[in-house]
Design a protein around this ligand. Structure first.
Ligand SMILES: [Zn+2]
Length: 345
């Protein structure tokens, strides 16, 4: 009888959540499905939460609610310690203000809020909502900035590699792929000004470049490679072909890649050619099956988190979880086997 009562009590408590000091020392990275936008939640070994981008606005709060579900139910957090905007396109900062109305957000980080954006006539109004949500206390990130985050036994650092079109010094070993660069027409959109962030925990590295485009990727990576090798790479710009210059993607020798594509967005053939040329890659996850492409034009079905069209999509995430010492990490699709384990190089 007592056992039954205890079992019932546990059921009533609901999903187990962890407070900051109970966390297991791992770095968790959730690639949240926002239907071809981007929203990536990191929970550090110290229990701090960092949201990079927030998906599309509107759609009855679809992306906002998916982010809140992952934050609260899966990650067991009650607040966002940091909210980052990679650049000023709607599929990336669509819910910062909406989230701020529902959960406390500690600090806002971005590349600097421009007065206007030529490609978005509605930018001014939306930017003011963002500014109000941040109570005008935004922190501007610049290429070369570096932060040590509270961590467990292994230090956790984030480096800002690109911001507002500027890049870190082109130091490092010669990039063997540099000569492959073929400049494209100049991208005057905000994509070219995206933040690129490199997280380092021991030997583990995670690179996310927002929607950074071709020529800025080359500015960062030619002639030398200032990044080194990357374990986990978020495929840039949803997998679109105006990004993912081989001078970057091939030089970083990624082990696992995650593409935040949508059912009809991203997953370009040229990007796939580049990924397939990376012989270090052991897995490419897609948040979505691209419904316009055949099976051979995308990753195998077992690496695709969502196969439905947007109308019926369940919004499963892909989660990477890094061991406390940074020496290994797992990657899995929400609610699905297998959980694959990778040993950090
Ligand atoms: Zn985008």
């Amino acid at each position: 009888m007592r056992c039954a009562a205890l079992f019932l009590a546990l059921l009533l408590v609901g999903p187990l959540t962890l407070s900051a000091d109970e966390k297991d020392g791992r770095l968790d990275i959730y690639f949240i499905d926002v239907e071809g936008g981007a929203a990536t939640l990191l929970v550090t070994p110290a229990g701090e939460s960092i949201l990079i981008d927030s998906g599309y606005p509107d759609n009855q709060g679809r992306d906002r609610d998916r982010i809140l579900k992952v934050l609260k139910t899966d990650a067991g957090r009650t607040k966002l310690d940091h909210a980052v905007v990679s650049h000023w396109h709607l599929d990336h900062y669509g819910n910062h203000a909406a989230l701020a109305a529902l959960v406390p957000i500690g600090r806002f980080w971005d590349r600097g809020l421009p007065e206007m954006l030529s490609e978005d006539p509605g930018f001014g109004e939306r930017a003011e909502k963002y500014r109000a949500a941040a109570q005008n206390q935004m922190n501007t990130l610049r290429a070369g900035d570096q932060f040590d985050l509270p961590s467990g036994k292994t230090p956790l650092t984030v480096r800002v590699l690109t911001a507002s079109g500027e890049v870190v010094a082109n130091d490092g070993p010669a990039n063997p792929f540099a000569k492959e660069h073929q400049a494209q027409a100049e991208d005057t959109s905000d994509n070219a000004k995206s933040l690129s962030l490199l997280f380092l925990m021991g030997d583990f590295t995670f690179l996310t470049c927002g929607d950074l485009t071709w020529n800025t990727e080359a500015k960062l990576m030619v002639p030398n490679n200032p990044i080194g090798r990357v374990e986990l790479f978020m495929v840039t710009h949803h997998g679109l072909e105006v990004s993912n210059n081989p001078v970057l993607v091939r030089a970083i020798e990624p082990r696992v890649a995650v593409m935040c594509n949508g059912p009809e967005k991203g997953c370009a053939a040229r990007t796939w050619d580049t990924l397939r040329a990376c012989d270090t890659l052991q897995a490419v996850y897609q948040l979505h099956r691209n419904v316009k492409l055949g099976e051979n034009d995308q990753t195998p079905a077992e690496f695709i988190a969502n196969t439905e069209s947007t109308a019926t999509c369940k919004g499963r995430f892909v989660k990477a979880s890094v061991a406390a010492d940074g020496k290994s990490y797992t990657v899995a699709i929400e609610g699905r086997e297998p959980v694959r384990t990778y040993t950090t190089r």
